[in-house]
Design a protein around this ligand. Structure first.
Ligand code: PLP
Length: 477
């Protein structure tokens, strides 16, 4: 130890470096457009620039910032660039970043109500707000039979829902005796890979996940689902879970919730709706067509960390019956017993998801909602959809490109009329130049370009520039 009493950063140093970091972040966001969107490092480059061993003596904070610029930044792919059109967005905003910082500053672990009442109560309250803000079914509210919880990701939300469905179907016997190999689950063949992963983790087995065929819009065909369930019942299987997409990953396909929900309700099968990216659209009443039939859902999730200006991680998850979810997941060792929990008057969120410990994630969501207000959020969501629809019009009007499917919201799936090779070459050309970043999928075995519009700061000029670059790349074929 030097002349200091201990090794900690002093309060004054913390303030000084904290201001520097905030300045750094503000400048990063201000100038982000000048950076190539995709990192250009080769595998191993970042590690090669780092020392082989950890420092024996503490180092100066200014040196960390210098190394972030020198070593880390070349290895960053700029998800927050307004020229980000790849995958789905993982957008953020200034109020969200500040909420995240405050959460780290408080450093609470909210596994039980009593381990920080505000962590639980703010979360319950904000998720109740969202039910009203999005016109979701009333039973998702905590004052009703259900309630909402923040999960890290949609993958975790799906797994929690699946476990609740599994326990309902086996009368809580799978939890006790293990899974019997006769449980079956259903999703469209466009479902996200997280569904199959959950099926594997829950011990149901990927061969017991039935992929249901889709129509020309890549939406699940409910008649095929019903027929498959009947076949499985006749063969002695126990259907336990159906997943529907509101906005599939490949093409933003919408499954018919109403018809699927009726099928599940008749057979008492857990019905989960995954709206990871597109759920945010329901902030605007004119886009609530995506939720038609949601009243049948036993559980529902979407990701504010994709399209609602709230930085990763933040998935919001509601259930119709909190009792069923809690009964599937609760376990109380002696060391967690406390009076508040036993009074039955509080929510202990540890019983609502896989892990025990939990961060104070609702702070950032609360900050975002309060900063933008419903009106501000609606404005930006409408703007993204407007820009996407404008892009779709440009594709429709072009001699070289065509839409692969009609876009319901903010994802445009399109291709070059010369086919897969041409489309792929165009994507590689624009990505190599670095100004924008675009990714692809396959639909009906064809290579398809995905223009995904939802980055916080994306404006019309960015979308127009992207279209210009795509057209220029087509000319070099
Ligand atoms: N579901 C859908 C429809 C998705 O598009 C995605 C990711 O893109 C996921 C689930 C997984 O999201 P997460 O990373 O939150 O688990």
């Amino acid at each position: 130890m030097s002349d200091k009493e201990n090794y900690h950063m002093s309060s004054d140093e913390f303030k000084r470096f904290g201001y520097k970091i905030i300045d750094w972040i503000a400048e990063y966001h201000r100038d982000i457009e000048s950076r190539p969107v995709l990192s250009r490092v080769n595998p191993g480059d970042i590690r090669a620039a780092l020392p082989n061993t950890a420092p024996e003596q503490g180092e100066a904070f200014d040196d960390f910032i210098r190394d972030v610029d020198k070593i880390i930044m070349p290895g960053i792919t700029h998800w927050q660039s307004p020229n980000w059109f790849a995958y789905f967005p993982a957008n953020t905003s200034a109020p969200s970043i500040l909420g995240e910082l405050l959460s780290a500053g408080l450093g609470v672990q909210g596994m039980l109500w009593s381990t920080s009442p505000a962590c639980t109560e703010l979360e319950t309250h904000v998720l109740d707000w969202l039910v009203d803000m999005m016109g979701l079914p009333r039973h998702f509210k905590s004052s009703n039979t259900g309630g909402g919880v923040i999960q890290d990701t949609a993958s975790s939300a799906t797994l929690s829902a699946l476990l609740a469905g599994r326990e309902r179907a086996t009368k809580y016997q799978s939890n006790k005796k293990g899974v019997n190999g006769r449980l079956v689950a259903y999703a469209s063949n466009q479902a996200h890979s997280s569904i199959e992963k959950a099926i594997k983790i829950a011990g149901i087995g990927s061969q017991n996940l039935r992929y249901i065929d889709v129509d020309e819009n890549f939406s699940m065909i409910p008649e095929i689902l019903a027929a498959q369930i009947d076949l499985d019942l006749e063969a002695g299987y126990t259907p336990c879970f159906v997943n529907a997409n509101v906005g599939s990953t490949s093409s933003n396909a919408m499954d018919p919730l109403q018809e699927i929900g009726e099928i599940c309700a008749r057979r008492n099968i857990w019905f989960h709706v995954d709206a990871a990216m597109s759920g945010t659209a329901a902030l605007c009443p004119e886009f609530r067509f995506i939720h038609k039939g949601m009243e049948y859902a036993d559980s529902y999730c979407f990701n504010p960390h994709k399209w609602m200006f709230t930085n990763f991680d933040c998935d919001v998850f509601w259930v119709k019956s909190r009792k069923e979810l809690i009964d599937a997941l609760t376990l109380t060792p002696e060391y967690l017993r406390n009076k508040a929990s036993e009074s039955g008057q509080v929510i202990d969120y540890r019983d609502w998801h896989i892990q025990l410990g939990r961060r104070f994630r609702s702070l950032k969501l609360w900050f975002v909602i309060r900063h933008y207000g419903v009106e501000g959020l609606q404005y930006h969501i409408r703007e993204h959809v407007r820009l996407a629809q404008q892009f779709a019009d440009w594709v429709r009007g072009s001699n070289e490109f065509e839409l692969v499917v009609e876009p319901p919201l903010n994802l445009i799936c399109f291709r070059h009329k010369d086919g897969d090779g041409a489309s792929q070459k165009i994507m590689e050309t624009v990505n190599a130049a670095g100004d924008i970043y675009l990714t692809h999928t396959k639909l009906n075995d064809q290579f398809v370009l995905r223009m995904s519009i939802g980055q916080t700061k994306t404006e019309e000029r960015h979308v127009r520039h992207a279209w210009d670059l795509i057209q220029q790349a087509a000319k070099t074929l």
